[in-house]
Design a protein around this ligand. Structure first.
Ligand SMILES: Nc1ncnc2c1ncn2[C@@H]1O[C@H](COP(=O)(O)OP(=O)(O)OP(=O)(O)O)[C@@H](O)[C@H]1O
Length: 265
């Protein structure tokens, strides 16, 4: 008789969230990104590293069409989110950016209360039907961003009155409030002190359980601490992409090796 028992086992299939093929970016006549191919995994932190001006932020901004806001910028090639072309003219960039949220280098809370900073996105995207539901989303988002305990008694106070590290976690709460699937972070710790940096790094590790996180960082130590995958960019090319441990201990390309050993950068 056939053995019909189903063997339970850990299934650890890492799925592609975003795929880029043949991506070129131009600022006017200047060719800033050249033929970038990459698959970004779900529930994974991917770090983009490389010397200043190599195109890390430009590529990050391609992933939620933030480059659309720069007049002279032109993007070619294909980028898909869950298999759907994000540059399809039928895609609304505002809706896309709710799914692919972004946190910037400098914390940039709106000049509004802590509550309103987080409530804004769910309100404009019509994600709630009642004040009670909105309160719930605000609390959940502030908890996910590990700042609830610090602000729960002053939700009406201005977001801009928080410390830099708290403001950045508020911006992360704002980004997660629309229930995104991908979180893009452009040097999110560069304006923070070491303690706030450690808090945000810990948070990034927790967010990975729910999102695909992509982080641009100048700090190789940070990339090594927070990411599972690393992409090394140089002069507009994605030179090498792989497991973070492999990139830092056994890089395959001499340019990657020069960068991580401090010879370029
Ligand atoms: N808005 C813009 N207009 C014109 N050129 C730009 C613009 N933004 C970036 N560039 C150019 O595109 C190239 C890539 O820049 P990008 O900011 O993506 O690099 P980066 O690797 O993120 O650099 P950094 O680490 O210094 O932030 C650079 O040559 C830069 O000067």
């Amino acid at each position: 008789m056939n053995d019909m028992r189903i063997v339970e086992r850990d299934v650890d299939v890492q799925q592609n969230k975003i795929s880029a093929r043949g991506v070129q970016v131009y600022y006017g006549a200047s060719h800033a990104l050249k033929d970038v191919d990459v698959d970004i995994l779900d529930k994974t932190v991917t770090a983009f590293i490389g010397p200043s001006g190599c195109g890390k932020s430009t590529f990050l901004r391609c992933l939620n069409r933030m480059n659309d806001t720069i007049d002279i910028c032109r993007v070619e090639g294909e980028i898909t989110l869950d298999g759907n072309n994000i540059y399809d003219p039928r895609i609304d960039p505002v809706q896309l950016r709710a799914k692919v949220g972004m946190v910037f280098q400098k914390p940039n809370p709106f000049p509004k209360s802590i509550y309103d900073n987080v409530a804004y996105g769910p309100k404009i995207h019509g994600l709630t039907r009642s004040k009670a539901e909105l309160d719930e989303i605000v609390e959940k988002s502030l908890r996910r961003a590990a700042i609830w305990n610090e602000v729960k008694d002053r939700l009406d106070a201005p977001g801009t009155g928080l410390s830099g590290g708290q403001q950045q976690r508020l911006c992360i709460a704002r980004a997660v409030a629309t229930n995104p699937e991908v979180l893009l972070m452009d040097e999110p710790c560069s304006a923070l002190d070491p303690i706030a940096t450690a808090q945000v790094e810990e948070l990034i590790d927790e967010l990975r359980a729910q999102f695909s996180v992509v982080i641009v960082t100048h700090s190789m130590q940070q990339a090594a601490r927070v990411s599972q995958k690393t992409a090394f960019f140089h002069l507009g090319h994605l030179v090498e992409y792989g497991e973070t441990g492999q990139i830092f201990t056994n890089p395959q390309d001499p340019r990657t090796e020069s960068y991580i050993t401090g010879r370029i950068g």
